[in-house]
Design a protein around this ligand. Structure first.
Ligand code: SF4
Ligand code: SF4
Length: 307
């Protein structure tokens, strides 16, 4: 059994500052782990020990929902073995989302901007997971239509981790069945450093051309490629050099006028991480790692992502 809390609520409960709670979590004296939304979770025993340390009683009602012994006591059946409602798919219970706290209130569906499109309904998806309709969920395209915008999660009174769960479902699908453009974008990025496979020399030639054009109205302007020690590392959505190269110049003009210290890496400059959208954590990690490598190689202190 676990206890879910927000840092601010726990701080108010125990009369300490929020930073005290954060420090406890950071140094391990409060054994809590990140949960859905902005919540944390700890084992019920850890919460009870904390209450004892502060001479408090656990908050009324916090031990009711998931404690089988308590449920049996309430039902006057304390001598029976624990009873769990329904079976949970081992695949889904490994998910970071705590779908079992869903109230079926429908707030998520009301908040979702694409609710109803081809039958997508976040509430239905969570309920299907609760009913162990795993195969059906993996087969449907709903998680792929979801934009991962997070509005559903923001409106959820139980802070169910809907976005993480959508990604989790995506991650469980065979890679061959991931929608084509997303999957090919990930593999192309891993192989060639950007989602559209633009060769480095073409990219650098384009930057040079655009820089010359901008210099007509911004005297002395050049595109700062691989400038060591620049403050800001600018990453790029590969569709810009591919289809809308002029749009990059507006950013550059602002940087120039503002006197910003910035640079673009000559390789691995892609800023759109489709590993995130495809549920491919390994690819996402690799792509993020390349950005970090560029930050370190060029000694930049800030990163600009295009999305
Ligand atoms: S994250 Fe997906 S399900 Fe949630 S509101 Fe956005 S589009 Fe809808
Ligand atoms: S808003 Fe939260 S509690 Fe309500 S139906 Fe959606 S997931 Fe369940």
């Amino acid at each position: 059994m676990t206890y879910t809390f927000r840092v601010s609520a726990l701080a108010a409960e125990f009369g300490v500052h929020r930073n005290t709670i954060r420090n406890w979590i950071r140094n391990g004296s409060l054994p809590a782990r990140p949960g859905p939304g902005r919540q944390y979770v700890m084992e019920w025993e850890a919460y009870r020990a904390l209450c004892e340390r502060y001479g408090r009683s656990p908050r009324p009602g916090t031990d009711r929902v998931k404690d089988p012994a308590m449920l049996q006591q309430m039902a006057g059946k304390a001598d029976l073995p624990p009873v769990f409602l329904g079976r949970r798919s081992p695949t889904f219970t490994e998910s970071p989302a705590w779908i079992e706290s869903c109230l079926a209130c429908g707030s998520c569906a009301a908040a979702c901007p694409i609710s109803g499109v081809d039958g997508l309904d976040p509430c239905r998806i969570i309920r299907m997971a609760l009913l162990d309709l795993e195969e059906e969920l993996l087969a449907t395209d709903w998680p792929w239509k979801c934009t991962l915008c997070g509005r559903c999660e923001e409106s959820c009174p139980m802070a169910v981790g809907i976005v993480g769960f959508m990604r989790h479902i995506r991650s469980l699908r065979d890679r061959e069945r991931v929608p084509g453009p997303i999957h090919s974008g990930v593999t192309t990025c891993l192989e060639r450093g950007n989602n559209l496979g633009i060769p480095e020399q073409d990219f650098l030639a384009l930057l040079d051309d655009l820089g010359r054009e901008l210099a007509l109205s911004c005297p002395g302007f050049t595109v700062p490629v691989d400038r060591y020690g620049a403050r800001l590392l600018v990453t790029i959505n590969s569709k810009e050099p591919f289809t809308e190269p002029d749009s990059m110049k507006w950013w550059w003009r602002i940087f120039h006028e503002a006197g910003e210290s910035w640079t673009i890496a000559s390789s691995n400059w892609e800023g759109v991480n489709w590993g995130f959208f495809s549920g491919d954590d390994e690819a996402m990690r690799t792509i993020v790692g390349r950005m970090v490598d560029n930050l370190q190689r060029l000694n930049c202190s800030a990163l600009l992502l295009p999305e």
